[in-house]
Design a binder for this molecule. Structure first.
Ligand code: FRU
Length: 488
């Protein structure tokens, strides 16, 4: 196994070579499946396959053989997978099986014209082997060169399959009784949200508001590709509204833009299908990179990891709905022991954490705002550099600053400071930080403010610090938990 100093210890990575988007996230008979965009012959993007891994707990993953390889219709681009419980497709002789719905992508060698269409593959042995459907493709439309990333789900109310896919700078919705024949239902996106690049990897799902199953809203995720003019690179926006099985209606003002993550490295994320009702969670995972520099990050023999698996929920706050994210609770099993502090006054120049040296850990802190103009943590710190996670009460800005985090020189847009607004509640701010060998994920408040950033520190950057500038701040409680390695 490749084990350079940047190799994540508790995030999913391919054993070797290049990975991008998560694909075909599906839970079936006690197993979580994670497929992913994979180039088995290099550490940059290339002819796309679906790599595959299987887990019982979303944390420990067994690598499985490549599930789908390019064929006469082209490369295998992103898509989804569903459990066809009642064999609506007719692929499973009346039983249940898994159907993958993905984009076939090809380019005419002479004209250079791109063709993207949607195809199926199915598995009768819990995802171990796959057969491509002989009737592929099942959905084509030559008007759209960008026509990809189908996400399919069963719509209970209308008893049909729904597909959402990206077509240029809108999404299109289709319905089907059997996954093989698709009828156009509606289009969404013109004049709505952000349009700074091509739309990709949509998802659409229903969530209870404040956990009340009788009061629900629909959430649409739409990733936006890397437009060179756009300093943030690739990002994911979301819309909250209503969906009746045919049409999605955004309930926010059309020009209102909501980002899923204010960091730079959470793209093309989608959610698991097939999660049993008794569990009821909406579990999300994103690709922890950015098309701006994804192909030049300083790893050796492998490239890219996924974000932590996270639950998504809708919470109302002062009559406004917000999408909140939390790492899945299965991750708690990685904690070995916990260092705990209560009631520490942090002043400029003091560092109560100076005796700790850690590279993989979770940190949870409750601050009571004081006079400090800025306060926060330094992680993966040494003379060589550090990553700052800080808060400025004056502007209500939470940030990750990775300007001096380690190796930042591989791309001019990599170093920088990324911010998100978050309100303290009754004068208190809750922050949770997950640090791995090459990433920092920050969740603040109830999870309404999230920052996910790659960092490439030297192995010797193991120090930690709490800091306050121009005044003091009260740390009500702090827990630091070293995390075990899981990557096989
Ligand atoms: C998003 C994306 C998808 C496409 C895939 C190709 O990162 O561009 O739209 O299906 O990657 O690898």
């Amino acid at each position: 196994m490749i084990n350079d100093p940047y190799r994540p210890q508790f995030h999913f990575t391919p054993q070797q070579q290049w990975m991008n988007d998560p694909n075909g996230l599906v839970y079936f008979q006690g197993e979580y499946h994670l497929f992913y965009q994979y180039h088995p012959y290099g550490i940059t993007w290339g002819p796309m396959h679906w790599g595959h891994a299987i887990s019982k707990d979303l944390i420990n993953w067994d690598h499985a053989p490549i599930a789908l390889a390019p064929d006469e219709h082209g490369q295998i681009f992103s898509g989804s997978a569903v459990v066809d419980e009642k064999d609506t497709s007719g692929f499973f002789g009346g039983g249940a099986g898994i159907v993958a719905i993905f984009t076939h992508h090809s380019q005419d060698p002479e004209s250079g014209a791109v063709r993207e269409c949607q195809s199926l593959a199915y598995s009768s042995d819990s995802g171990r082997t796959w057969t491509k459907y002989s009737g592929n493709p099942v959905l084509a439309d030559s008007r759209f060169p960008d026509f990809r990333d189908p996400k399919v789900f069963w719509h209970k109310m209308t008893q049909q399959w729904v597909m959402i896919l990206a077509a240029g700078q809108t999404v299109r919705l289709y319905t089907s009784p059997n996954l093989r024949e698709w009828a156009f239902a509606s289009e969404f996106g013109e004049g709505e949200g952000a349009h700074i690049g091509v739309w990709e990897c949509p998802d659409l799902f229903e969530l209870p508001v404040d956990g009340d199953p009788a009061y629900t809203k629909w959430v649409m995720l739409v990733s936006i590709g890397n437009d060179p003019a756009y300093p943030e690179g690739s990002r994911t926006q979301y819309f909250i509204g209503q969906f009746d099985g045919t049409v999605f209606k955004n309930e926010a003002a059309p020009e209102h833009i909501q980002w899923l993550d204010a960091g730079r490295d959470n793209y093309a994320g989608v959610t698991w299908s097939g999660i049993p009702d008794e569990d009821g969670r909406r579990i999300y995972m994103g690709w922890m990179s950015n098309w701006k520099y994804a192909q030049v990050t300083p790893t050796v023999g492998w490239r890219s990891a996924m974000t932590l698996p996270r639950t998504l929920a809708l919470k109302s706050h002062n009559h406004v709905l917000r999408l909140v994210q939390q790492p899945v609770q299965e991750l708690n099993a990685l904690q070995t022991n916990t260092f705990q502090w209560d009631s520490i006054q942090v002043n400029p120049g003091t560092n109560p954490l100076s005796m700790l040296a850690l590279t993989c850990f979770k940190l949870e802190a409750v601050f009571e705002l004081g006079t400090a103009e800025e306060f926060g943590f330094k992680v993966r710190a040494s003379e060589a550099g550090e990553t700052l996670i800080g808060y400025r009460p004056g502007t209500k800005e939470l940030f990750i600053d990775r300007s001096c985090s380690g190796d930042t020189g591989f791309h001019v847009d990599f170093p920088g400071r990324h911010t998100v607004q978050v309100e303290a509640e009754d004068g208190r701010l809750y922050i949770q930080i997950w640090v791995d060998h090459s990433s920092v994920e920050v969740f603040a408040g109830e999870g309404e403010a999230v920052l996910t950033d790659l960092v490439f520190p030297q192995e010797t950057q193991q120090g930690m610090g709490i800091y306050a500038l121009e005044g003091s701040v009260q740390l009500v409680s702090l827990q630091v938990s070293p995390l075990q390695r899981v990557v096989s």
